[in-house]
Design a protein around this ligand. Structure first.
Ligand code: NAD
Length: 238
């Protein structure tokens, strides 16, 4: 492992254009469960599968049940950035890292100080009324009983991309540009199965793809360096 950390350090040091692409595994060390680990949300049992609950059609037809799951499992306002978020922010401030592209909705990269963050799936910290467009905080959503309602009577929707919904075009284009122009691409804490986000990997044209994940991924044959481990522990040694 020490040799791999040394290799990772050297690759990052030698480049001025590293981009990070990550997923839910980046935040498990902050106490937010991912979806596909054995302790993740997909291993727990609910009345409906999680993919169903966090879909657009379910939100529209079963809003109360959606919010029960969402408030219990998807909003975690106490979570704090871990060593991975903090190291990425530090690398950006030193001019080494150009962008973070994340599938996470927990805001932890921005909280850690990262400035160029493409939140492909939105953020639980932004919420808006579907009728009048008024914005609401995540704290407001958490403290509402049942379905959060706007003063105008409209239903409030989190600004997160639910299954069946398209990604924001500007965020997608920015992510593609960053990945296409990256010299080094570090992919961490993602199972790379949620599309279209996982498809972004195809835009990387360099030969320094680094995968950091707790478990094996099918994409490993493409990578210049594969590290199996906890991303916070790995990044804190850089
Ligand atoms: P996923 O749950 O499908 O996969 C997570 C991957 O990270 C797994 O391969 C797991 O082995 C690995 N992992 C877990 N902890 C790790 C650690 N400490 N270090 C390194 N690797 C670790 O997650 P995904 O690929 O991001 O796809 C899930 C979707 O669910 C995403 O679209 C995301 O928006 C959403 N989601 C977000 C959050 C969040 O915002 N924190 C949490 C759960 C799910």
């Amino acid at each position: 492992m020490d040799k791999k950390i040394e290799q990772l350090r050297a690759i990052i040091n030698d480049s001025e254009n590293t981009v990070f692409f990550g997923g839910a595994g980046v935040s498990t060390e902050s106490g937010i469960p991912d979806f596909r680990s054995t302790s993740g949300l997909y291993s727990q049992s609910y009345d409906y599968p999680p993919e169903t609950i966090i879909s657009h059609s379910f939100f529209m037809s079963n809003t109360a049940e959606f919010y029960r799951f969402y408030k219990e499992k998807m909003i975690c306002l106490e979570a704090k950035p871990n060593a991975a978020h903090l190291k990425l922010a530090e690398l950006e401030s030193k001019g080494k890292l150009k962008a973070v592209v994340t599938q996470n909705i927990d805001n932890l990269h921005k909280m850690a100080g990262s400035k160029c963050v493409f939140e492909l799936h939105g953020s639980v910290f932004r919420n808006y009324c579907m009728r009048c467009g008024r914005s609401y905080t995540a704290e407001y959503i958490v403290q509402c009983d049942g379905i959060p309602k706007c003063d105008c009577g409209g239903t409030i929707k989190p600004d997160v991309v639910l299954y069946e919904e398209p990604l924001d075009r500007d965020i997608l284009e920015g992510s593609i540009r960053a990945i296409r122009e990256a010299e080094v691409l570090i992919v961490g804490g993602t199972s790379l199965v949620v599309y279209p986000a996982a498809g972004l990997l195809q835009y990387y044209r360099g030969d320094k793809l680094i995968l950091i994940n707790k478990t094996e991924l099918p994409q490993e044959s493409r990578a210049a360096l594969v590290i199996h481990g906890k991303i916070g522990e790995v990044m804190s040694q850089i």
